[in-house]
Every structure is written in structure tokens, then in C-alpha cells.
Design a protein around this ligand. Structure first.
Ligand code: GAL
Length: 381
């Protein structure tokens, strides 16, 4: 089956829980995915990141699940996740060891792919720590891709080599379904800003069956990671809204990183905003076109738009500056000639308000670190 026709949606344990994972957490997270409405909103993968195994393989070379963290084993846990109508993901690494020092899959790719298939795994995140210098990324990701694509089960392959070794040049033909192109996100505005700005020229390398993964979301974490490095002070609700809108607009996979058993109302409203999710999950997943404001400081306000399947356009304004700024979008740049008898009817998504019909241009004020998101439909005047 062709996987990842649209950006994958789900949850990953790393951002909040780091090494501190266990069976109950995963089960409760699967329960929460259903109870909160996240599943109905489209989120489907529950992914266990690093730190799930013992430090050594068994005598047959198979990875061993940590019996203290996961006493019922991975097959039983996968069955539980599947019983909720969700999909189950795990993690390994292209090197000898994972980033946290557990066994990696180097030279065990085929045996590990088979093991994951037996456990009922639907998604594999594949990291890049501790790999021998003489082996390059393309070779290692091709290997695991071949193993996964022939293991007897559909397993989505989520590559994570942080954009090293010119990832974009070879990742699509390796067989991976999504790929990380930056270092790790942490729970701070600075981190969101630097990842987003670093990806502005990368949109052409992302599309169906192989998406640019801008890293797991920090929405709703508010500095509460169990990992001090990731906690990083947290963000405001406004900053989380901007982060989510950017990732959605840029077609990144949306893998939630907060504790979904304990989300505040703002977090739920962000993660389950139907109009924003529809922009990320549009049938055509077109990449956005983007511009910097011509008369602002460099990298202050960026506006983006992209065509949607039904003829509408998604429009976003993003303010990376520390003060309020105005943004101006000339419809001419989108393809609409001036005085042509058509205008754009705008819906402000976060305000959930119809703004009426605009001709020629849209000018709007965006608060510091904030964003404005619109859905626009062409109308005859
Ligand atoms: C990093 C990766 C993170 C997380 C971590 C686990 O390399 O980028 O997302 O998986 O390893 O140790």
C-alpha cells in the first residue's frame, strides 16, 4: 500500500517523556487520543521514541524490549493501540547505538524489520546517531527502506538524519516516507523560529509519499518536558498557534509532542482546529509560495499561500519580530490580475470569522510572534 499520501498525523513520546516511557503511558495516551477527539480530528499514529529496549540484543541477535517498562511486550501493546483504531510506531537508529545508547539497527536491518512486523508496528522512526563514518546516509536509509518495504507489513518509514549529508538529494529515492531536515526542536519560540526560517527554501523537496518533517510539535508543552534540554522555558499560546499554523501550511507531518492526557483548552483548540488541519491534509498537498514583506526588516513578516483542491487558497501571515507588524499580500502575486472583476472572500480561521470580499490586496496587523491564517475563495464581483 502507498503510505503517506498526506502528511502523517500522530503523537510521539520524545518531546515530553524522553527516557521516561512505559506501557501504561502508551495505553493512556491511546485512550486520550480517542477520548479528546484527536483521533476523530485525524491523528492516528502513537509512536514510542528512543529508550524502549534493553542495552543488549538476545543470543539470536533480536532486540529485547525492556521488561520493566513494557512488561506485556510490544505485540500486546500494539494490539491495544490497534484496538482503539490507531496505528503503532516505534524507533530505531541507523548506527550501532541509538542516540540514548540502546542497540541500533546497523547490520541488523532485516532482522529488525522482521521483528517490528511481527510486533505489529506500523511506523518506524529511524535516527542517525553512532554510525560508522565510512558509511553514508543514502546507503543506510536505502538498506532499512528495502528491509521495511519487504517485511510483510505496511510500515511507514520516518527518516531522521537532521538534514545531514544533503538529505534532500537522495531521501525520496531511498524509499522513506518522511524525513527530518533539521536538528531537534526544543520548547521555545527561538527554536520554532529558527526551524521555520531554515525551511523556507525547502518546500520544493516535500510532497506526497516523502514529506519534509520539521520535527515533532511542542504545542501545549508549556515547558513541561521530563527532559531539561527540551523543556527550554516553553512558549505562549500565541506562539504555539503560530508554530502549528506554520507546520500545517508547510505540509510538515504533525506529530504531537505534549502530554495529551492533560491538555488545556487552548491546546485542544489549536491541535484540533479543523480548518488548519484541512490545509495540512488537503488532497493535493501543494507546497506554499512565500514572500518576505518588502519593506520590513529581513525575516520579520512572511506571508505564504497555497492552492487547495477545491479552488480555494490558504493564506498565512507569520510575524517573527518581537513587536506587532503589518503584513500586505498583493493578490496580483497570487495570480489575480487587478480590476479583473473578481475578488477573494476571506475567512479568518483562528478568529473563525467571515471577513467579506477583498479586492486587490489584504493588509493586516500581526501581533508579535503571532500569525493570521485565512481561507480564501474566488468570487465574481
Ligand atoms: C534525536 C532525534 C530526536 C529523538 C532523539 C532520541 O537524534 O532527533 O527526535 O528521537 O534522538 O534519542
Amino acid at each position: 500500500m502507498a503510505l503517506a499520501a498526506k502528511p502523517p498525523l500522530g503523537w510521539n513520546s520524545w518531546n515530553t517523556f524522553s527516557h521516561d516511557i512505559n506501557e501504561d503511558l502508551i495505553k493512556e495516551t491511546a485512550d486520550a487520543m480517542v477520548a479528546t477527539g484527536l483521533k476523530d480530528a485525524g491523528y492516528e499514529y502513537i509512536v514510542i521514541d528512543d529508550c524502549w529496549s534493553l542495552r543488549e540484543r538476545d543470543k539470536n541477535g533480536r532486540m529485547v524490549v525492556d521488561p520493566e517498562k513494557f512488561p506485556s511486550g510490544m505485540k500486546a501493546l500494539a494490539d491495544y493501540v490497534h484496538s482503539k483504531g490507531l496505528k503503532f510506531g516505534m524507533y530505531s537508529c541507523a548506527g550501532t547505538h541509538t542516540c540514548a545508547g540502546f542497540p541500533g539497527s546497523l547490520d541488523y536491518e532485516f532482522i529488525d524489520a522482521k521483528t517490528f512486523a511481527e510486533w505489529g508496528v506500523d511506523y518506524l522512526k529511524y535516527d542517525y546517531c553512532n554510525k560508522p563514518r565510512h558509511l553514508d546516509g543514502p546507503t543506510l536509509y536505502r538498506r532499512m527502506a528495502m528491509a521495511l518495504r519487504n517485511c510483510g507489513r505496511d510500515i511507514l518509514f520516518s527518516a531522521c538524519n537532521w538534514g545531514n549529508d544533503n538529505t534532500t538529494e537522495w531521501i525520496r529515492n531511498s524509499g522513506a516516507h518522511m524525513y527530518r531536515s533539521t536538528g531537534d526542536i526544543v520548547d521555545s519560540w527561538q527554536s520554532v523560529k529558527s526551524i521555520a526560517l531554515s525551511q523556507m527554501d525547502m518546500e520544493k523537496f516535500s510532497g506526497p509519499y516523502c514529506f519534509n518533517d520539521m520535527d515533532m510539535l511542542i504545542v501545549g508543552m508549556y515547558g513541561k518536558s521530563h527532559n531539561g534540554y527540551i523543556a527550554a522555558g516553553g512558549c505562549t499560546t500565541e506562539e504555539y498557534r503560530t508554530h502549528f499554523s506554520l507546520w500545517a501550511m508547510m505540509n510538515s507531518p504533525l506529530m504531537i509532542g505534549c502530554d495529551i492526557r492533560d491538555m488545556n483548552e487552548d491546546t485542544k483548540k489549536i491541535l484540533m482546529n479543523k480548518d488548519i488541519l484541512a490545509i495540512n491534509q488537503d488532497a493535493e498537498v501543494r507546497t506554499p509560495y512565500w514572500r518576505k514583506e518588502w519593506d520590513e526588516e529581513p525575516e520579520t513578516v512572511i506571508h505564504m499561500w497555497k492552492p487547495l483542491e477545491n479552488g480555494d487558497y490558504a493564506i498565512g501571515f507569520f510575524n517573527f519580530h518581537d513587536g506587532d507588524c503589518s503584513g500586505r499580500l498583493q493578490f496580483f502575486d497570487m495570480g489575480l490580475p487587478t480590476r479583473c472583476g473578481y475578488g477573494l472572500r476571506l475567512h479568518d480561521i483562528w478568529e473563525d470569522k467571515d471577513l467579506g470580499v477583498f479586492t486587490d490586496r489584504l493588509e493586516t496587523v500581526i501581533p508579535a510572534h503571532g500569525c493570521k491564517m485565512f481561507r480564501a475563495s474566488l468570487v465574481e464581483l
